[in-house]
Design a protein. Structure first.
Length: 347
């Protein structure tokens, strides 16, 4: 905690030092781990340092990621007294079998209670994470998960297909036959159900994994997808400025040692034109706004534009991409394959 607070102080000129005009900080996001584990005094230390060294807008979106088992009514009400005005809660499922399969530490009852407590504590801006494609989860159960959030008037849903990372416990269990493997067809079908149900209930599918009621899109994540500059604080945290990316050392011990000596342990890279173009294609295609043709021409040139359009032809003919006079946007059929389509358009 001392090291993070120290880094906040050392990074106060991050934007101006890179030639960017100092501006109001529009969003703050505490995530990339489980910040809900922090004591209230530790959260107060972080927010106190941020407010001391940065010019944070009065209407800034300030999000805290949380697991259901870390929050009770007292802690929620205390957090509400800080600057936090948005919660991102890792619900994942309201079915015990799914939670056991994913090795989650909370129960379905805790998931329901934390949402109710958060609403009662005055948090109107809540997003909940769900995971689909879990072996054994029926379509009916998946619908129940979605409709449970809708019935509680949760205005934003982030939903992800279950993926199995190598060398994780789940990966080992699957290879040993102790857990069922993921079924891609099941995941694709449940993604379609998700799109259909959320649309019927007034949500906009504004990014591949994100569904929000009007006025409740994640302003923070929209900044990532639209290529805005951001500063990351803490071990492993990434920062971005146009044409450049930097990241802090992942090793927590080294991070602490260097910060307490007054140094920020980071590496950085200057992005090539190909990397900048690919990143734009990848992020833009994941959103409901898609790729703006004129942006490609203006930022990267005619050569990139012609190559992109040549690669897009087959996806347009297969009704995975929709072309207008100004944009390329993934169709409903193409959304589940958006990353693969983007890769096909890469330089």
């Amino acid at each position: 905690m001392q090291a993070v607070v120290k880094e906040i102080a050392l990074q106060k000129d991050f934007f101006s030092a890179q030639g960017e005009k100092p501006s109001l900080i529009d969003t703050v996001y505490l995530g990339g781990g489980t910040p809900s584990l922090l004591e209230l005094s530790e959260l107060q230390a972080i927010f106190g340092a941020l407010q001391q060294h940065f010019n944070i807008a009065d209407n800034a979106e300030i999000t805290l990621e949380a697991n259901p088992d870390d929050l009770d009514k007292d802690k929620l009400e205390a957090i509400r007294q800080l600057s936090v005005n948005r919660l991102s809660i890792g619900i994942q499922s309201f079915h015990e079998a799914d939670l056991r399969y994913m090795n989650r530490s909370h129960t379905a009852g805790q998931a329901l209670k934390v949402l109710d407590d958060a609403l009662q504590s005055g948090f109107g801006n809540i997003t909940a994470d769900l995971i689909y494609g879990t072996p054994g989860m029926s379509d009916h159960q998946w619908k129940e998960n979605i409709l449970q959030l809708i019935s509680m008037d949760i205005p934003h849903i982030s939903a992800y297909s279950l993926t199995v990372e190598k060398k994780t416990a789940l990966d080992v269990f699957i290879r040993q036959g102790k857990a069922a493997p993921v079924d891609e067809d099941q995941s694709a079908h449940q993604f379609e159900l998700l799109c259909q149900i959320t649309q019927e209930h007034g949500f906009q599918h504004y990014e591949i994994s994100n569904f929000g009621k009007p006025g409740f899109f994640s302003r923070h994540n929209l900044a990532y997808w639209s290529g805005k500059s951001y500063l990351g604080l803490g071990p492993s945290a990434h920062s971005f400025l146009p044409g450049m990316r930097r990241w802090n050392v992942a090793n927590t011990g080294k991070y602490i040692d260097e910060l307490l000596k007054g140094e920020i342990p980071f590496q950085q890279e200057v992005l090539t034109p190909d990397q900048q173009y690919n990143e734009y294609v990848m992020t833009a295609l994941r959103t409901m706004w898609g790729i703006r043709k004129q942006t490609v021409i203006e930022k990267f040139g005619e050569t990139y534009y012609r190559a992109m359009m040549k690669s897009a032809v087959k996806h347009i003919s297969h009704e995975l991409l929709e072309e207008s006079a100004t944009h390329l946007v993934v169709t409903t059929r193409g959304k589940f394959m958006a990353d693969g389509i983007a890769a096909d358009l890469f330089a």
